[in-house]
Write a protein that binds this ligand. Structure first.
Ligand code: NAP
Length: 271
């Protein structure tokens, strides 16, 4: 790889929520490889600090629960304090939120809205001023194929991700005059701890247990897509890099589906 192809995010500063695991962690690693400075935000202090240490001096961990507005604001402020600016925000934190449709409670709904939707709207809101100060920026929201098709997540998760995808398009128009592009990614069937980490809780499994569960998951997920390949966190990191870098300069208000064709498959009701 040439020096130039390794510096697609040179001089850029990114904040990645949910950077302690899965897609967020893979994106942090790729962004740093491409020359960015990255703040990883999440609740798991030990895991986040360990990851930041492994990634080197261009990575910093900030403890933040994105269901809490003041912690989102603090993560943005910490990014600017640490690295002087904010160019890229990846609103990525998320996880399972719901229950079967006849068991949904106000508690599920409030938690789901805070985790999946308010976090995106408030993250965007707090990123606007620093991005304006930097002369522009890029916001990427992690949505889901659940926003597009039935049975890719529970009904509450799916409805909230649909709101994220639509919010992205509206925000991209409102923020375009400031040189801020806003896009979403809709991953499908990506092998990460989201499938076994547990709803609402930080993933407390040991490294060994995570590895065992991940190996099983990777084998199963290959059968979920027509290509018969396992979707990896790095596949979504590459999509985020495209949107965040100059290669994506003409892309705004777009939902980039990365699912190996899963959303184009037809499902029989009993599949
Ligand atoms: P993951 O490995 O479980 O990662 C989820 C991340 O979100 C973790 O870093 C977790 O960090 C963070 N998080 C959860 N609740 C949080 C909170 N309240 N405050 C701050 N951070 C929080 O799962 P993933 O697959 O990478 O998921 C990342 C995003 O992709 C999510 O938005 C998910 O909905 C979306 N997505 C995933 C898939 C897939 O197939 N994997 C498909 C479609 C969409 P802490 O535990 O440290 O807080």
């Amino acid at each position: 790889m040439t020096a130039e192809s390794n510096s697609r995010l040179a001089d850029k500063v990114a904040l990645i929520t949910g950077g302690t695991s899965g897609i967020g962690a893979a994106t942090a690693a790729l962004f740093i490889e491409q020359g960015a400075k990255v703040v990883i935000a999440g609740r798991s202090k030990d895991k986040g600090q360990k990851l930041a240490d492994e990634l080197g001096t261009n990575a910093v961990f900030v403890a933040a629960d994105v269901t809490q507005e003041e912690q989102i604001a603090a993560a943005v402020a910490a990014t600017v304090a640490e690295f002087g600016q904010l160019d890229i925000l990846f609103n990525n934190a998320g996880g399972p939120v719901g229950a079967p449709i006849d068991q949904l409670t106000a508690e599920h709904i409030n938690y789901g809205v805070s985790l999946l939707l308010s976090s995106v709207i408030l993250g965007t809101r707090y990123a606007i001023e620093p991005m304006k100060a930097a002369g522009g920026g890029v916001i990427i929201n992690n949505s889901s194929v659940a926003a597009l098709r039935y049975r890719q997540g529970d009904v509450l998760y799916s409805a909230l991700k649909a709101a994220v995808t639509h919010y992205t398009k509206m925000a991209g128009i409102e923020l375009a005059p400031f040189g801020i592009r806003v896009n979403s990614i809709s991953p499908g069937a990506i092998a990460t701890p989201i499938f076994y980490g547990g709803s609402g809780r930080a993933n407390k499994l040991s490294d060994e247990e995570n590895q065992r569960k991940m190996a099983k998951l990777e084998a199963n997920l290959a059968n979920a897509v027509p290509l018969k390949k396992t979707g990896l966190a790095s596949d979504i990191a590459e999509a985020a890099l495209y949107l965040a870098s100059e290669a994506g300069r003409f892309v705004n208000c777009h939902d980039l589906v990365v699912d190996a064709g899963r959303t184009s498959m037809f499902y029989e009701p009993n599949d």
